[in-house]
Design a protein around this ligand. Structure first.
Ligand SMILES: Nc1ncnc2c1ncn2[C@@H]1O[C@H](COP(=O)(O)OP(=O)(O)OP(=O)(O)O)[C@@H](O)[C@H]1O
Ligand SMILES: NC(=O)c1ccc[n+]([C@@H]2O[C@H](COP(=O)(O)O)[C@@H](O)[C@H]2O)c1
Length: 391
């Protein structure tokens, strides 16, 4: 009778900055495992995330300890992927082939002993409480098997990493050969990359293509750590793009330009203009207010101008005029913020309008705070925190 061959046990290793880890970093493992196990040829028993060390010196790279902490938090909901800190603890940057060799040695050393694949009691309990876990799937937690010998280690990456093989001086050719031939590559398609075409275009990769598994991700998410850092810096929501626990960690540690005290950063997507409008409508019921918000990539300026009402008619209904020029590069940074009370500080109807001369306040990264300070103040300045002495 025909008997199916025992599936090859595989451990997947993903190297990267994870600065911070995104849901796509976690998805890579799930996508790869599905594909490898689909035909019954492989049994993916574990995944390893290995953050690069500080010596990598990539722009805006957060300290390895923090990146490891974030990866650990992110992986709390995974039954089979774990963090490994060895690479991140190295004083020198380790080439990827070196990291693979390290983990392969460990796996081989364990080949005669029995590796305990099942999670610890505590871990099992933790996992029971986690709602995000798919139940009954063939994971190592309910797999009484042990990770015996002959475990294959494969490098897991996104299409962009594969394409970086062509960047002059970045990868040694012998490293590429060793990675692909001795270990094997599982590459997940990524927005903007075309790994199949890339392999076709390369004689070396075409020769080695039997060792490369390209997996098309049909539910593509154009998420990158860079985009996450950009959003955080701008106090935009990153909820559902990275784990809540990671968001909390980032905020608690004031990473990536996030204001520690900013209560808004992950809870809601701030809507600066609607926040301002709401504040203005309630606080300046009898005024005509013009709000001009200009945003630029480097500097963002918020201007609030109070105009004197022309007559009673013009107050009802109130005219609130807004102009938003999002990221308008052409806007001169010198289009300096205006005083709130431009021409006439008098307050004929004794309304909420300011009675004291406008003051300068430091602009905060939190637009909500700015909104709360609009009244009676001249709001001006760049969005990165900068002390402006009150006049
Ligand atoms: N959205 C994604 N789709 C597919 N692969 C991804 C995606 N995001 C990251 N990866 C892969 O994850 C691995 C680790 O990536 P890395 O930590 O450099 O993330 P990144 O988002 O590309 O970072 P950065 O934006 O800081 O350059 C790489 O192999 C990369 O190709
Ligand atoms: N020659 C090499 O081994 C080599 C070159 C470039 C990047 N890498 C690795 O690729 C991973 C992702 O790097 P980037 O975040 O720069 O895309 C990192 O773990 C890095 O160490 C390895």
């Amino acid at each position: 009778m025909w008997k199916m061959a025992t599936p090859q046990k595989v451990v997947l290793l993903a190297c990267g900055s994870f600065n911070p880890p995104t849901i796509m970093h976690l998805r890579l493992f799930e996508i790869a495992r599905d594909e490898l196990q689909r035909a019954g040829k492989y049994d993916v028993i574990a995944g390893i995330m290995s953050p690069v060390s500080d010596a990598y010196k990539k722009k805006d790279l957060a300290p390895a300890t923090q990146r490891c902490d974030m990866v650990k938090l992110a992986l709390k909901t995974s039954r089979w992927v774990r963090l490994d800190t060895w690479e991140s603890e190295q004083p020198q940057w380790s080439t990827t082939v070196k990291v693979l060799r390290h983990h392969k040695t460990i796996l081989d050393n364990q080949s005669n002993t029995t590796i305990k694949c099942t999670p610890s009691k505590k871990r099992k309990k933790d996992m029971k409480n986690e709602d995000n876990i798919e139940k009954g799937s063939p994971t190592i937690s309910n797999n009484k098997d042990t990770c015996k010998d002959n475990v294959q280690l494969k490098l897991l990456c996104g299409g962009d990493l594969l394409e970086s093989f062509a960047v002059p001086g970045l990868w040694a050719e012998e490293d590429i050969e060793e990675i692909i031939t001795n270990y094997g590559l599982v590459c997940i398609t990524r927005h903007g990359s075309d790994p199949r075409k890339f392999i076709y275009d390369s004689d070396v990769l075409t020769r080695l293509q039997d060792h490369i598994t390209i997996v098309t991700e049909w539910i593509q998410q154009d998420i990158s750590s860079t985009k996450i850092r950009t959003a955080l810096r701008r106090n935009q929501s990153v909820k559902y793009l990275i784990q809540d626990s990671v968001i909390d960690f980032i905020r608690e540690n004031g990473m990536y330009g996030v204001d520690k005290d900013n209560k808004y950063s992950d809870k809601v997507t701030p809507s600066p203009m609607s926040d301002i409008m709401e504040y203005v409508e309630t606080s300046f019921p009898n005024e005509t207010i013009t709000i001009i918000s200009t945003r630029e990539t480097q500097s963002k300026t918020l201007r609030v101008t109070k105009e004197k009402p022309e007559d009673e008619q013009s107050r009802s209904p109130r005219r609130i005029q807004t102009t938003t020029s999002a990221l308008s590069r052409g806007m001169s940074p010198s289009s300096s913020p205006r005083r709130m009370m431009e021409d006439n500080d008098s307050d004929p109807d004794g309304s909420n309008s300011p009675k004291t001369p406008p003051q300068n306040v430091a602009c905060l990264t939190d637009i909500g705070s700015i909104v709360r300070r609009v009244k009676n103040y001249n709001v001006q300045g760049l969005f990165h925190p900068k002390k402006i002495q009150p006049k």
